[in-house]
Design a protein around this ligand. Sequence first.
Ligand code: ASP
Length: 336
Amino acid sequence: MAYEPNRRVYLFGTGGTISFVGESRMDFFNYSYRGQQLTIHEMLARVPEASEFAEVIPEQVINVGSTEVYPPHWLTLAKRINEQFSADPDAAGAAVTHGTATLEETAYFLNLTVRDRRPVAVTGAMRPPSAMGTDADNNLFDAVRVAAAPQSAGRGALVVLNNEVQSARDVTKTDSYRVETFQSGHMGFLGYADADGQVTYYRRPERRHTADSEFDVSSIDELPRVDIAYGYAGAGSTVIDALVADGVDGIVAAGLGSGGSPSTFMAGLKQAQAAGVPVVLSTHVGTGRVVQTRRFTEEGYIVADNLHPKKARILLMLGLTQTKDPVELQRMMLEY
Ligand code: ASP
């Protein structure tokens, strides 16, 4: 195994399955019920082998299931990582433990707001540390190795589970219980944290991220509110109308196929635009682009390209911290 002395990794714990203690080794699905969790210090103590790759400095940020991670937590985490990186110019990288439910959202937020080339490796687990065949220890170990590896730098925030390293932009959770749940669709993963102790890469994300990002959250305490409206056969505008009435700052439509939805739903989006609410069209099919068609362009919509609706929402939230100009917001959707 590669031994890397004098490499420091800051490990931020936020909770999730990777931290929960179930009732028995066969508790694969009720483990969060009792609310018993390991701290990040206890999680790290289970993996002393991580110290072969880095000096690991743990910090508990929050300790919750990730359905309870909210945008203010993203801000806290991004600020802590940025602060730690500027306080310690010799640190190798950062790792974050997180529930898998919203892991990709936090990871993409960090991809856009950590202003540093050093790696941020986000990990979680599908089986708690108390369960048979848990992936908690391995994933934590891999996240530390990835964060400690110099070759991980400059690739944006990384999602590390199941020995695979994926781009925060492209990855999404695809299965409710399988350990191979995180997939990047057509884009594929970036590399392996592999059996021989090596962290190897085969590609690099092309879109802007981290050190190359224009988004600075250091003085932002609250993010604009953006919600997602889901398109389906027969969808009407009730949800969209309610969002606008409730003062939403932006809407992402998770539309059908190539981004369209029934005219009854699109009528709501038009009303939202007329009320000054920027609207981004994305698709919920899973892979592929929403493009600037003649109709979408004439009607003033912003398109999400191939960003998942949840990622388009995060980018729109950050974009709205700077501008409401649809031309600028469209540029961002195509650059990040
Ligand atoms: N409920 C868990 C969460 O915190 C699921 C997980 O971590 O896999 O998101």
